[in-house]
Ligand binder design. Structure first.
Ligand code: ADP
Length: 599
């Protein structure tokens, strides 16, 4: 059983759906897996970046963290503060700032008032007056390392302040402060493509490689970036990948979410965060997905083509099978029709053969009856032919007896010789008659023309004489042989002569001419009369069977048609033309037979 068309369509639809689902699934899977892989890669890179950049910041500040404490232990420094030696202090501070790379270095008295600075005092005083500086001095007074972040407030880099107390014999003498600009750290961070941000415990931006971020209105919060209600508009947590925060950042970065990774700097009490652009992850994952989708589409296409080809092949096989079946049915039908036609044909052949046989029999009968008719016609002539010699024999016999009885036997011999001659003649006539009545043969043989003429002349001689016909006979070259049959040719000739005599019935001086001509392998036997001849219109029909102009009972109209057929059968022809005698001329044409030729 083969699936129907609708079943096929159903299967095709199912395969299409499966292939589409396969492509979609492959796309989704590739997207997920490649996103995860690329994310891991980005995360690793981000962590490495964060570690390096945090260390840079820490190292930078560490360098300055101990500088004020070390300076505060120097005796010359303590003396300079104690004696308020502004002049030496200023040059010393210039040397410290110059050598360490700090932005500012201060000497302050125990009240926190500025004694000396590497910068001009009025400029330095402004900074020293800031609240952050005062609180750092207060911390140092308490025996801790004074620290303060000094934001510029105008988008410039912030700076950081370390303050140490200078003591002599446990008595506070004054303070030494070092202000460091964080621009240097920011410069090294600028080399990183990722966004970097350092905030202090109060949530103030310490440093960033994105200038705009320096003025972010960050709220002081311990974990500001994880606070849901954070008013920070620009650093909103968007989503997470594996528990890692993804945030959306303001310009100049893209609007794509960024991966945020943070690290605490416990010594400074700061937190550094790196923001890694996730767009590349998305892009790469998308690219991998596109490649995967394309491969899947190609694979699906190939599967589809293979299935389709298989389906077509099956359909073609099915069609061929159906065609073969149909053909077989048609061949069977055709064979049946042919055998029926054959049977009909065979029956027809049988019928035709029977009809042919009947026809042949009828023809043979006709020939025979025509012959008998001729024979009937001849019987009168024959009886005359026989009666005449019989009368003569009677007379000669009587004479012989009279002569013998009167002892003139020698004279009787003449009579007996005449009797023998008469008997011979009668035997010849009867022989001829016997030959004539026997059924004509069908073979073509070599026959001599002269004996045939003799035979028919003898048979029709009596009638000619009765009618007073002037007979002209030209037997042609002696020993002429033709192809034919003795009896059949005699029959034809008898018929032609009979017709001529019939035609000359009313002629005042009837003439009959028999002529034999030989020309180029053909022998003509011409029978001419001086009867009324045949009208050209009538002449067209004379060879047709049953055509006669004679009265009922006089003629059958078969003579000429049978004669015509006989001539054809022996390989000759029978034709008509007007005779120079004024009547009709019938011409029998026959093949000349060589005397040496085999029959
Ligand atoms: P039938 O002699 O029985 O009529 P035939 O076939 O022998 O049949 O002749 C057909 C016809 O041809 C005759 O009826 C006659 O009209 C015509 N015919 C034959 N021979 C001659 C002839 N020698 N002269 C004129 N008419 C002839």
């Amino acid at each position: 059983m083969t699936p129907s068309r609708t079943e096929n369509d159903g299967i095709v639809g199912l395969v299409a759906v499966v292939l589409i689902l396969f492509v979609i699934g492959a796309a989704w899977g590739t997207m997920r897996v490649s996103e995860r892989l690329y994310f891991e890669e980005v995360k690793t890179r981000a962590e490495a970046t964060l570690a390096v950049q945090s260390a840079t910041l820490e190292r930078h500040l560490d360098k300055y963290r101990l500088l004020p404490a070390l300076l505060a232990r120097r005796a010359d420094m303590i003396e300079m503060i104690a004696t308020r030696n502004a002049e030496d202090g200023a040059s010393e501070m210039k040397a410290v700032a110059g050598m360490s790379g700090a932005r500012e270095a201060w000497l302050l008295d125990h009240g926190g008032n500025l004694i000396a600075s590497n910068l001009a005092l009025p400029v330095a005083q402004q900074t020293v007056n800031r609240a952050e500086v005062r609180s750092a001095i207060a911390m140092a007074r308490d025996g801790r390392l004074g620290r303060a972040l000094l934001t510029s407030g105008d988008g410039l880099s912030a700076s950081y302040l370390f303050v140490s107390a200078a003591r002599y014999d446990h008595h506070l003498v004054g303070f030494i402060g070092v202000r460091v600009e964080l621009a240097e750290v920011e410069q090294s961070w600028a080399l990183s493509t990722a966004g970097l941000l350092a905030v202090d415990a109060q949530g103030r931006v310490v440093a960033s490689n994105v200038p705009d971020w320096r003025n972010l209105p960050l709220r002081a919060a311990r974990d500001w970036y994880e606070d849901e209600g954070d008013p920070i508009r620009v650093l909103q947590r968007e989503e997470t990948i594996d528990g890692n925060s993804l945030v959306r950042l303001p310009t100049p970065f893209s609007t794509e979410p960024f991966l945020m990774i943070k690290q605490d700097l416990p010594v400074l009490g700061w937190r550094v965060a790196v923001f890694y652009d996730m767009s590349s992850v998305r892009e790469q994952a998308m690219r991998a997905t596109i490649v995967a989708v394309l491969l899947c589409v190609v694979a699906a296409g190939m599967i589809w083509i293979a299935l389709d080809r298989r389906r077509r092949l099956l359909a073609r096989h099915e069609e061929q099978r159906a065609n073969a079946e149909q053909l077989e049915v048609r061949v069977r039908e055709r064979t049946r029709e042919l055998s029926e036609a054959n049977a009909r044909l065979a029956a027809e052949i049988v019928e035709r053969e029977a009809a042919e046989r009947e026809l042949q029999q009828a023809q043979a009968g006709l020939v025979q009856s025509a012959k008998l008719a001729t024979l009937g016609e001849m019987s009168a002539a024959l009886s005359h032919e026989f009666n005449q010699p019989l009368g003569a024999i009677q007379m000669h016999a009587d004479n012989a007896r009279t002569l013998i009885s009167s002892d003139k036997a020698d004279k009787a011999l003449g009579n007996l010789d005449k009797i023998v001659a008469m008997v011979k003649r009668m035997a010849a006539i009867s022989q001829t008659l016997k030959g004539f009545t026997r059924k004509a043969g069908t073979t073509i043989e070599r026959v001599a023309v002269a004996p045939i003429l003799d035979e028919v002349l003898m048979l029709s001689g009596h009638r000619c004489k009765l009618m007073g016909v002037a007979l002209e006979v030209d037997k042609g070259p002696a020993g002429l042989l033709v192809q034919g049959g003795q009896v059949r040719l005699a029959q034809v000739l008898m018929n032609l002569i009979g017709n001529a005599l019939d035609a000359m019935k009313d002629a005042p001086q009837p003439r009959l001419r028999l002529q034999v001509l030989e020309q180029e392998g053909l022998v003509q036997i011409r029978v001419e009369d001086n009867g009324p001849g045949i009208d050209p219109e009538v002449a067209k029909q004379i060879f047709d069977p049953f055509f006669t102009t004679k009265d009922v009972g006089q003629g059958l109209g078969l003579g000429l048609s049978i004669a015509y057929k006989i001539m054809r059968d022996v390989g000759g022809t029978l034709s008509y033309e007007p005779s120079s005698l004024g009547g009709a001329c019938f011409i029998m044409s026959l093949q000349l037979a060589d005397a040496t030729m085999e029959a």
